[in-house]
Write a new protein. Sequence first.
Length: 723
Amino acid sequence: MKETNIATASLPQQCRPAVKELLKEIYGYTDFRDFEVYNDLSSGKGKLKISQGQLIEEVIEESEKSMKTDDSVYNLLLTAPTGAGKSLLFQLPAIYLGQAYQLLTIVISPLKALIVDQVENLRDLGYERVSYASSDLSPEEKNEAYRQVREGETDLFYLSPELLLAYDIKHFIGDRRIGLIVVDEAHTVTTWGKEFRVDYWFLGRHLENLKKNQGYTFPVFALTATAVWNPRGGNDMVFETIRSLRIDPCRLFVGTVKRENIGFDIRLLTIGEDENYDRAKQRVIIGRTDDFLEEHKTIMYYPFAGSIDTRLKMWVRSTNWRLVSSYYGKKDKAQKAAIVEAFKEGDKRMIIATKAFGMGIDISDIDRVYHVAPSSTFVDYIQEIGRAARDKKIKGVAATDFHERDFYFMKRLHSAGAITQNQLGMILKKLWEIYLMKGKNREMQVSLSDFEFAVKLPRKQNKLEYESDLGQVIKTALLWIEEDLSSRFGGHPVEINSRTLFTDGYVQEKTGDVAFKETYKKFMTPVVGAEGIYKVSFEALWESCFSEMGYREFKRDLYNGNLFEGVRAAAVGKHEVLLKEDAGDISTKLAGLLKRLKDLLTVSLYGNKGKFEEDDLRSIFAEYDMDVPSAKRFLSSLLESRVEEGRSVSYISSTKKKDEDKLIFTVTRGFDLLLSRYQKLCSQRITGVKGDLLLFYITPFSDLNMLLNLLSMLNVVDFTVEG
């Protein structure tokens, strides 16, 4: 990145008087604070002090250059410790740019609590030209926030990355000119984006597209307290953040983040003669909690939310339970807020938490951070221990009792959400098939349903929840493929872009209701040759007829067939299916496989309590060129977690054999009806000869959709989904 530089030498000497007046008028300060940054990152030794005012002036000047469409506009990245006043560094430029030029600043922040806190703090200071939008607001409240932005009543607007990516930018801002985009807590773009909020990974390319395709010229100002700089090592975050956000050319301001008031207490776990690992671990943690609860305020990090409450009762003596709470992502919002408040006030002395506890929670007197097991990444560890001793007068300690078996926790965490090589291969193969089906076009639209067969996810009655989970996995896999191809061949052989929520789609209305067609004819076009199928502009339909509900609720009701009062109309996907063999041969191949599976499952059910092994599958699927992982995926798709009559039905489960890396499967009664249903459906709906293109309009959870996935796994059809 030759255009990225450490730019302290070229900083303005001071900020303009008008900004200093705003500092006093709004914040009540007469002077800016100084903080230390590295002057020479390569040596890690040279430091110098710069003023907040100098950096604020730099941000304003880059924004002013962007108004003139100056090609020399630089983006900025700041890493600075907590307490350096990072929010002031973008809020003050935003206030000035709004006042002087009527420019809008958008702050992209990952945590709703952090957004609300900053907005309320500014309003408490008397600054009213600030607002936010989040999923916690009602549709009416969000629409009012957007109106204020569009009509120039708001100059500083906070959004989450997911919300920004979900809509066209003009949905929020109308014709307002953007003076600055701020990415707060920028390290989450690379860490969370690869772990559990994949939309963060798309943020950089989305901002780049706004500039390239929509004519915006704003600079990007990214800020974080946690960014490891190590360009020749495996944990570099500074340059990875620049690459991910696509903010080259960029001026770097890397602050000194070493916390002199945090020490370490790292001990090796010793297992006694009459102990195993679990007993030894429990013994030392009980001792630690006794010590911590006597005179310390402690966060204890434990990786698994599902067992955290059980662990609390194992590790904390019952007489101390009132002093300790657990904290994890799925706890109720009000409950989490109450726990944080009790911890802050001292009513709770210890929080046993997953990584969900921390960012956006400002408690200055925590003096102990204990890790039951290593964090999932080095960056997470730095972030977590940094929550100790925010008050510089306090001496904090990061502690752990380490044993090599602790890495078991990390492996479990990584494997829980891991995508296998086999799955990536199937997804890449599917991409190639779609590319061929769509005439080798350089750009092509793909659907989550195109790749559903490659991943094993439990189905849910709530289709939007299932779609969200599926999207997380598929988009992550596609981005991994993109990165791998880019590293192998250079450039961007494949580039993945996430579409907004507002896409055109299809609706099926089977009864031919005349009033329905008349009422919504502005938004729906009948599809020629497909009775009861309409192509629909979801954006226009929602904004004109259903804007009183949130878009998520609109989409949920549309998928469930409950949107249109008195009419059973639901969203469907357009499935184009290419036959790779004659339909008769496809039906024969499926029938042969299902018969062999039925024989195996029946013998297992009545002769072995439903149990069978991997080798049984291997012998059946070998002639279909499918290995055991592929066979297991086929069988799971065929039998597992089907939604019938509003209830979840599972016909198969699997467990690992003791001391062997092999699976034992267990089947339950009822599977034979499902096999018969698929065989009959194949005979009825899959017709024609090799090379024919079939067209279906079906819902995501329909049996026909699942049949197409099964046939795709057998490599006898290819299909794509639109809508």
